[in-house]
Design a binder for this molecule. Structure first.
Ligand SMILES: Nc1ncnc2c1ncn2[C@@H]1O[C@H](COP(=O)(O)OP(=O)(O)OP(=O)(O)O)[C@@H](O)[C@H]1O
Ligand SMILES: [Mg+2]
Length: 439
């Protein structure tokens, strides 16, 4: 995804563009409209060609969504309309299509490879294109929605990690691609909710990939690292190595499950449980907290009456148990994927639940790596409330077109049954011309 640092001539050749993105989360729906201004963003983010200047933002509580999946079309449509209309009013523009994140449909990463026998001469551009076409054709046979199809590396006679095989000799050239797929029905339902609001999807981007694009710096991308997005209903991870997005895992668990545990464990309403978790909760339960007493409001109608007191350590134990379980499941998934060594020494935490007290320490212990909180980088005009880790995915959706040239997922759907089923070109076939022309 990253090329060499952009030259001044290249920079001048680029045009400003307006990009609209929609982060449909389990707890919040965010629409951002940004003017993308050609720039060299600086020494940390060399893959970026444009800087985003936010001109419109709409933000509302998500309705009809559960763990990233649309469960009520009418309600989801209302949230989308609210968020998009607010952003449109602020920006003074009318939007008809957007780049949207995807957490639904049990996203799954696999390696899609294709090989080519070489004649007795050095590898040329022709062979590179031929092996790419073969890999894309192979991906076309997958019966799930292909969200991303990104090159990982070339192999020459079984030797991995060849970045550019042009001019090299060997007898067999192989291309390995990261194929990220999702179940078709949840993708279609997401598209339906958006179409009902008279909008369409430009392209879909896996949520943790977007979060990584917004928060990771060049050294992390080069050395290998993982971005974990801990949202309200999902926790997902994107693994990056040598500037490539190579693997993802998604769990249908997030901050909302912590809130439900607190509500059940302390016998209180969900809204009180949420407040207690955010204001007083931590994933670190210390003995000092045994003496720190907090008030839990009662479930009754008259909430000023009754209620009960508990030691803060009880709240923290409930919060810690769920988060620990989630991180351990993620660790098992990373180990099972064979990508553990690729992750390197660094994990970046994003998503609203990343703000839980003590989370970096717990993640450091369970994942055995350095951990930092990731905030969206290289974007101007975000209000203070949107500068935190919960907005990483939304900002990453604006970065995606700048690195999308490598993504061959759209080729998968050109002229296939999926396109016909949708009745639109939809997300299922299109990285529209403006993206290709502007970046
Ligand atoms: N300051 C905070 N401390 C702890 N938790 C927080 C804080 N702020 C928000 N959260 C939690 O973050 C979660 C929401 O995160 P986020 O906004 O990233 O979710 P989402 O994008 O809507 O959902 P998802 O990505 O899972 O579909 C909620 O569970 C909320 O309780
Ligand atoms: Mg999210």
């Amino acid at each position: 995804m990253a090329g060499p640092r952009t030259s001044e001539t290249q920079r001048r050749g680029r045009r400003p563009a307006v990009v609209t993105v929609l982060d449909m989360g389990s707890t919040k729906t965010v629409c951002l409209i940004a003017r993308m201004v050609p720039s060299d963003t600086g020494r940390y983010l060399s893959a970026r060609t444009h800087q985003a200047e936010i001109v419109g933002i709409g933000h509302t509580r998500s309705l009809g969504m559960k763990s990233g999946v649309v469960v009520d079309l009418d309600a989801a449509e209302r949230s989308i309309r609210h968020a998009v209309e607010a952003a449109e009013r602020m920006a003074g523009v009318t939007v008809d299509s957007m780049i949207v994140n995807l957490s639904a449909g049990r996203p799954k990463s696999t390696i899609c490879s294709a090989s080519l026998t070489l004649k007795d001469k050095p590898v040329s551009q022709r062979e590179i294109e031929q092996v790419l076409r073969a890999a894309v054709a192979r991906a076309a046979r997958v019966d799930r929605h292909v969200v991303h199809l990104l090159p990982i590396d070339h192999m020459l006679d079984g030797e991995r990690g060849i970045v550019d095989p042009r001019g090299m000799i060997g007898s067999e050239l192989t291309l390995n691609m990261h194929l990220l797929s999702a179940d078709v029905a949840p993708v279609r339902n997401l598209e339906l909710a958006i179409n009902r609001a008279h909008l369409s999807i430009e392209t879909l981007v896996a949520t943790p990939y977007a979060s990584g694009l917004a928060t990771l710096v060049d050294d992390e991308l080069e050395l290998g690292c993982a971005c974990i997005d801990m949202g309200g209903g999902t926790t997902s991870i994107a693994i990056f190595s040598e500037h490539r997005f190579v693997h993802t895992e998604t769990l249908p668990l997030g901050g909302h499950h912590v809130t439900m545990d607190v509500a059940r464990g302390l016998n209180c309403r969900l809204e009180d449980a949420e407040r207690l978790k955010v204001m007083q909760g931590s994933v670190i339960a210390t003995s000092v907290d045994d003496r720190d007493i907090i008030q839990v409001p009662s479930m009754d109608e008259d909430r000023h009456e009754g209620g009960h007191q508990i030691p803060r350590s009880l709240l923290n134990r409930i919060v810690a148990a769920r988060v620990e379980e989630t991180l351990e499941m993620l660790r098992e998934r990373i180990n099972a994927s064979g990508c553990s060594s690729v992750v390197g020494k660094r994990v970046v935490l994003t998503g609203g639940a990343a703000q839980l007290g003590g989370l970096p320490d717990m993640a450091r212990r369970i994942l055995g790596r350095n951990v930092r909180i990731g905030r969206p980088l290289g974007v101007r005009g975000l209000p203070a409330a949107a500068k935190g880790p919960a907005f990483a995915a939304a900002v990453g959706l604006m970065v995606y077109p700048q690195v999308a040239a490598d993504d061959h997922s759209s080729e998968r759907f050109r002229g296939t049954a999926s396109v016909k089923r949708t009745g639109t070109e939809g997300p299922l076939g299109r990285m529209t011309q403006w993206i290709k022309e502007s970046f």
